[in-house]
Design a protein around this ligand. Structure first.
Ligand SMILES: C[S@@+](CC[C@H](N)C(=O)[O-])C[C@H]1O[C@@H](n2cnc3c(N)ncnc32)[C@H](O)[C@@H]1O
Length: 275
């Protein structure tokens, strides 16, 4: 069902991106399923490795910028590339901060801004201040990095063609899953300790209550006949709340981290939930 050769790549660098873990994760995924359901889409690395995108898919992410970008990539890939070409020509530190302070109404301009800030900002971070404004500093590269790859963007657009992409809380999405659906959940991770608590994907954050709410929504989906897989950190809290289920350890590399000392290998979990 999954394929690493012909996969599309995410349009953004996204904290928690799963590209490098695909072989280790997908080996545990079911071979056949009815629909694919992904409530925490992020950059989309896992969905883009699905070989047969004629399978109905329900995709979702609560982050508005990301949702808008993927909707534009799906429906207007050429216009998005044109807008990105225009931004590439304007590349400078001053322009970065000008664009960062704007909030375009037009969906295509907004999507191009999201990609530009992500690729030219510091370390590919996505971070908002308490007012919900993107606040990552300029990445100080001498020239503008490639903002997209033509073939990849067209492949992304094609792979999204038949999907239903939503911008809701995960519970609304998991509720829709049923018999023989495969639900893959990659929520914001529970911090291992206070020093590794980079958990600010959106202004709201993700609490331990949310982790429990997710577990319960997944357990209900299993009761309806779905196969569920959930990624998370190996925090004691996570092992505890999933102790009734099949918890596998996955060896991951951490790379979105501003502290070089915190790069390296780290245990994650993949929880497999079936009846
Ligand atoms: C770890 S990332 C997913 C990474 C993704 N698998 C990838 O490969 O890029 C978690 C995502 O959950 C989203 N998110 C956070 N809270 C959410 C909620 N309550 N409902 C739905 N999505 C949420 C964030 O916007 C973020 O994109």
């Amino acid at each position: 069902m999954f394929d690493f050769e012909d996969r599309a790549r995410p349009l953004l660098k996204w904290a928690g991106g799963k590209s490098s873990l695909l072989p280790q994760l997908t080996i545990h995924f079911p071979q056949n399923f009815n629909r694919y359901v992904e409530p925490f889409f992020g950059g989309g690395a896992v969905y883009f490795a699905l070989r047969n995108t004629n399978i109905p898919a329900i995709l979702n992410d609560r982050n508005q910028e990301l949702f808008n970008l993927y909707l534009v990539a799906k429906n207007h890939p050429t216009e998005l590339m044109n807008a990105l070409n225009t931004l590439t020509k304007k590349y400078s530190e001053q322009f970065y901060y000008e664009l960062r302070s704007e909030n375009p109404d037009d969906a295509i301009e907004k999507a191009a801004r999201t990609v530009f800030l992500n690729k030219t900002g510091f370390n590919g971070l996505y971070r908002q201040n308490s007012k919900g404004n993107f606040n990552v500093p300029f990445g100080k590269r001498v020239t503008c990095p490639a903002l997209y790859d033509y073939d990849n963007l067209m492949l992304v657009s094609q792979k999204l063609e038949k999907t239903d992409f939503k911008n809701l809380d995960f519970e609304e999405i998991i509720k829709q899953s049923g018999e023989d659906d495969f639900v893959y959940c990659d929520p914001p991770y529970e911090p291992l300790s206070t020093t590794s608590s980079f958990n600010a994907y959106t202004a709201g954050g993700f609490s331990q209550n949310d982790q429990v709410r997710l577990r319960d929504a997944c357990a209900a989906a299993v009761q309806r006949g779905a196969f569920v897989a959930v990624s998370n950190s190996s925090a004691e809290f996570i092992k505890e709340i999933y102790k009734e289920w099949n918890v596998r350890i996955i060896k991951a590399k951490r790379n979105i981290n501003s502290k070089a000392s915190a790069r390296g290998e780290i245990d994650e979990v993949l929880v497999l939930m079936t009846k």
